[in-house]
Design a protein around this ligand. Structure first.
Ligand code: PMP
Length: 404
């Protein structure tokens, strides 16, 4: 079923060398590599079907429109949304959250109203709310976590007040790997009559996600982290909620009729899609979702789980190893420091061995402050990584450690 060599053969870049060493790509949390199926679909559309969507009567435009709207259906099915009206294409997670922050705060929040986020959020789920705080005087409440990286759910319940208007939390932490109990957290929020936005940037590539089963009001993710192209992402929103929100940007596509006296807006989801969409990108995203669906999200989750367990076990054998993120439920993201070796030095020296990891604060500076550190080295796995690559990482860390 899960033939790792066959899978790796779909990703040409995995065959290259770096500084004369075979590439060991462990920066999948930042972005994933693309299978031939995705790259070829993109090339094929540019070569054979390229035309602007939604506006042309001509053959190519209709074909491109059909492809683009079929991609929306692929996304709908992938996350089990009720309707394609609930699938808004954006540039990625960041734009999805900014869209929601701007339109939700404008229409649903007053000065003094509150949004609950958590300590472990990516900056893209903090700063958009802070921009709204500056403009509209809304406030942020923050769920703390324990030292293992579990959110304090008792404290979460106590953060609700009559001023709470939204909860916005990551499904999986991009630093700690914690899989947050979003289903229960959504149920808690709903008991207070509060909707929830889930940042799925680090969950969508690694586990099956069913937005109806979670009962998420909004769910966002990026194409490039799920083996699709850069520059395309998704905002899922329940139709009833999206209907209540005003447009985000103005332009072509998002209108029904324009006059200087009065302009009316298009129906969902087009109301939120001003301008020419990245219709080639949506094709790439759809082929990426087809690719992971063919492997099976359950199979990918099981494979990566086993690989992560192996990696944790091997890494813990290294003297001086400190792993940040020991939550009970965790995904394939491992942040660590070894002895007093600076994360940047470790990353740079691993790179010379062909091993690509990320170093720094991972766009989660409040979390770094909570952990009392400035940054970590982060290895993050994808569906194509192997035990041999984990062994290479461990050998690399041991070699770097000896140098210090
Ligand atoms: N949220 C999380 C949890 C992430 O890991 C990332 C990407 N590192 C983002 C949001 C932002 O995603 P993008 O840069 O694709 O918009």
């Amino acid at each position: 079923m899960y033939d790792i060599q066959q899978i790796r053969a779909d990703f040409p870049i995995l065959g290259r060398t770096v500084y004369g060493k075979p590439l060991v790509y462990l920066d999948n949390g930042a972005t994933t590599q693309k299978p031939r199926q995705v790259v070829e679909a993109i090339t094929n559309e540019y070569y054979n079907t390229n035309a602007n969507v939604h506006r042309g009567v001509h053959f190519l435009s209709q074909q491109a429109t059909e492809l683009h709207e079929a991609s929306r259906e692929t996304v709908r099915k992938f996350i089990n949304a009720r309707s394609t009206a609930e699938i808004v294409f954006t540039r990625g997670t960041t734009e999805s959250i900014n869209l929601l922050a701007a339109t939700f705060c404008q229409s649903q929040m007053q000065e003094g109203d509150e949004v609950i986020v958590s300590t472990m959020e990516h900056h893209s789920n903090i700063v958009p709310w802070q921009l709204q705080a500056m403009q509209r005087g809304i406030r942020l409440r923050v769920i703390s976590m324990d030292d293992a990286g579990n959110l304090l759910t008792d404290e979460y319940e106590r953060l609700f007040s009559p001023r709470t208007k939204l909860v916005s939390i990551a499904h999986v932490s991009n630093v700690l790997g914690t899989v947050n109990p979003v289903r229960q957290m959504i149920a808690t929020a709903h008991a207070h009559g509060v909707p929830v936005l889930v940042d799925g940037a680090q969950s969508i590539p690694h586990m099956p996600v069913d937005v109806q089963e979670l009962d998420a009001d909004f769910y966002v993710f990026s194409g490039h982290k799920v083996y699709g192209p850069t520059g395309v992402g998704v905002l899922y929103g329940k139709e009833a909620w999206l209907d209540k929100l005003p447009p985000y940007q103005g332009g072509g596509e998002m209108i029904q009729h324009v006059s200087f006296e009065r302009t009316t807006f298009n129906e969902l989801p087009f109301k939120f899609e001003a301008g020419t969409p990245d219709y080639i990108g949506t094709t790439g995203l759809a082929r990426a979702l087809d690719y992971v669906s063919a492997l099976g999200m359950d199979n990918i989750a099981a494979y990566e789980h086993e690989l992560t367990e192996y990696a944790l076990q091997r890494l813990e054998e290294i003297p001086g190893m400190r792993i940040f993120g020991q939550a009970k439920e965790r995904g394939g993201v491992i942040s660590f420091l070894v002895g007093h070796i600076h994360h940047f030095d470790m990353g740079t020296l691993l790179d010379r061995l062909g091993i690509a990891v990320r170093t720094g604060h991972h766009c989660a500076q409040p979390l770094m402050t909570r952990l009392g550190i400035e940054g970590t080295v982060r290895a993050s796995f994808g569906l194509y990584n192997t035990r041999e690559e984990v062994d290479a990482l461990v050998a690399g860390i041991e070699r770097v450690s000896k140098m210090f």
